[in-house]
Design a protein around this ligand. Sequence first.
Ligand SMILES: [Ca+2]
Ligand SMILES: [Ca+2]
Ligand SMILES: [Ca+2]
Length: 555
Amino acid sequence: MKFNTLATALFLSVTSQALFAGETYAAKNSSAIEPIMATIPAGSFEMGSKASDNSLPLHQVSVSEFSMGKYEVTVNEFRQFVAATNYAVPQECRHQLNGWFRASSKGNWETNALNTSEFQPVVCINWQAANAYTQWLAKETGKPYRLPTEAEWEYAARAGTTTDYFFGDDTELTKVCDYANTADLTGENVLQRDSNTSYYNWSGDMSNCNDHSAYASIVGMYKANQFGLYDVVSNVLEMLADCRSENYDNTPIDGSAYIDEKCESRATRGGSWHWSHSPLAQRGSIPEDFSGGVDGFRLALDGEAPKLSSASKKFLAKLTFAQQQEQKRRDIQPEFPDAVSNVKIEQDDKTVTISWDKSKQENVESYRVYRNEVTGGMFKLLATNLTSTSFTEPKMGLMKYDYAVVAVSFHQQSHYSEVSTQAGWVSIPGRVEAEWAAESSDSSLTQTSDVDGGYNFTGIGGIGAEAQFTYQIEVPEAGLYKLEYRVASPRDTKGFEVLANDKKVGIDLVTATGGYHEWQTQQGLAVQLHKGKNTVTLKSLDNNWKLNWLMLTKG
Ligand SMILES: [Ca+2]
Ligand SMILES: [Ca+2]
Ligand SMILES: [Ca+2]
């Protein structure tokens, strides 16, 4: 509790006193556009979620009356701050879609490639610039505008609800498009067209509906929550006043911000157009100097929402006009076709044929087929303008991989309908590539850094402790086969259990190799196999390891 008090005190000094030492907030006649705000009534709520360790423990938080921007701060509003202060905003931004935001490229809040409207939320700033904006506006208007706290944000976004979103749970992600701009069908279509990449098998998900927006949307285009706030679920994620905290063990319960001395990163909330879903209780964080294409903010103020200034009224009129124009554009866009049904696959050693039902929709003019190299990998476009309802090509290797078929009308493609090949039977003695697994779980395949290429199993923090890999092994002669395995691991792990034809053989350890890119061949137990078809299964007992191949040799 002592720490909470300290944190609260620090917060007050950071946001109110230190920054405006000697300033008073006498009302001023300012020409600055102030945010259009909703009054958020005082109350208490259960903060947190059981979905993730970092949003525990669930705890009761009480919040005083405050007001919150109905919209994310727009480019138009940010422009007045830069014009007035000449603030040095970052000139580079992480927004390269084909590199999945790994690299920065030229472009700032005003000139970045994804900006098409003054009324989109401002991005390609960083937390420091967002905070500087609030300070400038506070000084300019005499009202202590500030970033919302994490507790205020969750309270205001939930608006009394306890479901994943303020409109329900939406596990199938079919309703979200009425309330938020996420990685939806429009986003996927534009991403495939412009960057030849996919949300679908990159993040494992996309919203199964159409929100009409590929990148950030003009603010306020979707339904507001019960407190009148727009775009809380998504559009751009929102940078907050709090320092990042591991969990809620030491965070304040009075609605104030968590502040610690290190404060290397700041809390963020909400998802963005680049992600399919982000429940309201889901937490995020961002380094203070990180400038990205999905990161924005909105403002808060103690007490009830102020009356609109004349500058804010003019802004609202322009925003409303921009929203109406954008709505007209959306209203005339054709609908996306329905997903293709009944996709089937036939394979032999040489060829694969997939087939599907002809669409009953009149406007469907053709089909496209996508395929990855290994199961779960990124889909690449394989065939387009297909008018028949089947597709045949040569079989590739022993790996399991996936096809996806989409229907196309007016150049827009439907959601994917997937089907997978079956992995082949691997003849030993010899090497069994990890990627030849017939079944795998709690892991993903990636191109290996090991000497002779191909793929290895990995995951977030290496292969998961629940992972399981099953191999189909064709054996010419019954007997004991020595198992060796090619692994990389930064530490000694509990390794994996080996099963032959579902019977436990024993446990093989994976010992430290010097890191995730240092590959070693380690020696395992001998495995008894019968002549003909066998299965060999590895059940992971730990995380932090990677697997490139197995070797089974007689002896
Ligand atoms: Ca979207
Ligand atoms: Ca948002
Ligand atoms: Ca391999």
